[in-house]
Design a protein around this ligand. Structure first.
Ligand code: ADP
Ligand code: MG
Length: 238
């Protein structure tokens, strides 16, 4: 579970083509990072996968099923928003439980999933606190917890650490990588930060103006960048 295939996926906003037809395969359990400069279409691509934007043409398949016109909540994916998307008036427990409440899940199952996610994320002592009483890193973990309880086929992250300070960011990178190892679930992670891409990815997708410049492992891209753009962005100096 968690294989995502983009087949000639294209996105235009009005007259502007942001993503020309693009093919991409994300394997089950892979940690894939979309990297590229601001405005290159990373968020748009992630939102197309999530279903938060409609494709202009092409097909998105999730685990072999055509998901192109499937509603976001029915795709089996969980988007992790930045921690400021938490509800300040709700406890951590209620914030994490929120998507399950919305889905009208039985309370005993909600409690089981929230307790399990809290344990994985080391949030158990903080479940009755409000987001305002937590550190930035803890708040980010609550945002991740809210995704975990949905037991998604894949997690989608859009620059989740960009509003954390540098020291915290390094710690959270490690935590997300650890989480990936533990859950073995597909993760698609958007960043404009080369270090984040190099340290977290199984596979990096380098984007420029909506076009994939290269796809490969961090080592492949570092040692054999296909062009000057990739080399300048993450390759070794040559
Ligand atoms: P990134 O996440 O890589 O910074 P985005 O995917 O947010 O890039 O944006 C890619 C391009 O698409 C930008 O030129 C942006 O202005 C444009 N864009 C994104 N969303 C919209 C929208 N809803 N309407 C019009 N243009 C958009
Ligand atoms: Mg973006």
């Amino acid at each position: 579970m968690g294989r995502i295939v983009l087949d000639k996926v294209k996105k235009t906003f009005g007259e502007v083509t942001v993503i020309p037809p693009l093919d991409l395969e994300i394997e089950d359990g892979e940690f894939v990072v979309f990297v590229g400069p601001s405005g290159c279409g990373k968020s748009t691509l992630l939102r197309l996968i999530a279903g938060l934007e409609d494709v202009s043409s092409g097909q998105i398949r999730i685990d072999g099923q055509d998901a192109t016109n499937v509603a976001p909540a029915k795709r089996g994916l969980a988007m992790v928003f930045q921690s400021y998307a938490l509800y300040p008036h709700m406890s951590v427990r209620k914030n994490i439980a929120f998507p399950l409440k919305m889905a009208k899940m039985e309370q005993a199952e909600i409690d089981r999933r929230v307790d399990s996610a809290a344990s994985v994320l080391n949030l158990t002592p903080y479940l009755e606190r409000r987001p305002g009483q937590l550190s930035g890193g803890q708040r980010q973990r609550v945002a991740i917890g809210r995704a975990i309880v949905r037991e998604p086929a894949a997690f989608l992250f859009d620059e989740p650490l960009s509003n954390l300070d540098a020291a915290l960011r390094v710690g959270m990178r490690l935590e997300i990588s650890e989480l990936h190892k533990r859950l073995a679930t597909t993760m698609v992670y958007v960043t404009h930060d080369q270090v984040e891409a190099m340290t977290m990815a199984d596979k990096i997708v380098v984007l420029q103006a909506g076009v994939i410049e290269q796809v490969g492992s961090p080592l492949t891209l570092y040692h054999t960048p296909r062009n000057k753009f990739v080399a300048g962005f993450i390759g070794s100096p040559r």
